[in-house]
Design a protein around this ligand. Structure first.
Ligand code: ATP
Ligand code: MG
Length: 256
């Protein structure tokens, strides 16, 4: 353990001294949280110009930390770093082994997390190309995903829907249903963890995030996941006094 930490510290120091990463303002980005391979990955992404500065944590979730960063051209980026130690491997295995796009049969934890991150990247890309309002994916390497930052020009991140004031809930709901439909029809995917936690509100528009568990439509589990996503949305909007039925949403999504 001791040597692991000192190695991680060495890499961090090297990154800072060589100005691969100009500054890391949040102490938690350091080796207290991240292992040597994660730091090496950040180092490589810094060398390639994807991350120039890490400006602090946006969120510390169960399995991943999301940081705000700046790329070489001073554009904000969001950097999602999965922790290899606290990931839900059972879920990852179940979802990855069932996905025809991935031939990963590994039980190695690091390899599973890497495949998971790659899955999130590819799902984001498919969704983005289908016109769903998602952060544009930029690069995925090992357990690190870099994507478009959702927030204002000053770098304030957009808030999740459950923390936002929704001015026109019916409009927001219709947009979400429209994105669910595009995701289903054009990207051929079901989100699988959709709720007011994984929808950010930016300029009154919903932005769908956290799509790593997204499944292809032809997967046997996809119907169950779609029903659950719809159920969550119905409940979230009931709280906002908008009544809509599961069937109504489902037929809109499935109607060609
Ligand atoms: N592209 C982004 N731009 C701005 N903020 C983001 C972006 N992606 C994520 N966030 C912020 O980070 C939070 C967590 O992100 P996300 O939902 O992807 O991971 P998570 O829920 O922590 O993952 P897990 O629960 O599996 O650990 C979001 O609620 C949001 O506040
Ligand atoms: Mg989430």
């Amino acid at each position: 353990m001791g040597s692991k930490i000192s190695k991680a510290d060495d890499i961090l120091r090297k990154m800072l001294s060589e100005k691969r990463i100009k500054s890391i303002e949040d102490k938690r980005v350091g080796s207290e949280v991240f292992d040597r391979i994660t730091l090496k990955t950040l180092y490589k992404l810094a060398n390639a110009g994807f991350i120039h500065r890490l400006n602090g944590a946006i969120s510390t979730g169960k399995e991943a930390n999301v940081f705000k960063g700046l790329d070489e051209d001073d554009n904000f980026v969001a950097v999602k770093i999965y922790r290899v130690t606290t990931s839900d491997f059972k879920k990852m295995r179940q979802y990855i082994h069932g996905d025809p796009r991935f031939h990963v049969r590994t039980t190695n934890k690091r390899q599973l997390v890497n495949a998971w991150v790659n899955k999130e990247y590819r799902n984001l890309q498919r969704a983005y190309e289908a016109g769903v309002n998602v952060p544009k994916p930029i690069v995925a390497k090992n357990n690190v995903l870099v994507m478009e930052f959702v927030g204002d020009e000053e770098g304030n991140p957009a808030l999740p829907m459950r923390q936002s004031v929704i001015l026109k809930p019916e409009d927001t709901l219709n947009k979400i249903i429209h994105y669910m439909k595009l995701l289903y029809q054009d990207a051929g995917l079901v989100h699988g963890d959709l709720s007011s936690y994984n929808i950010l509100i930016h300029d009154e528009d919903p932005v769908i995030i956290d799509i790593s568990q997204g499944m292809t439509r032809d997967h046997p589990m996809s119907e169950e996941l779609l029903n659950r996503d719809i159920e969550n949305i119905v409940k979230d909007f009931k709280k906002l006094k908008v009544n809509v039925s599961n069937e109504e949403i489902k037929s809109t999504i499935k109607d060609v």
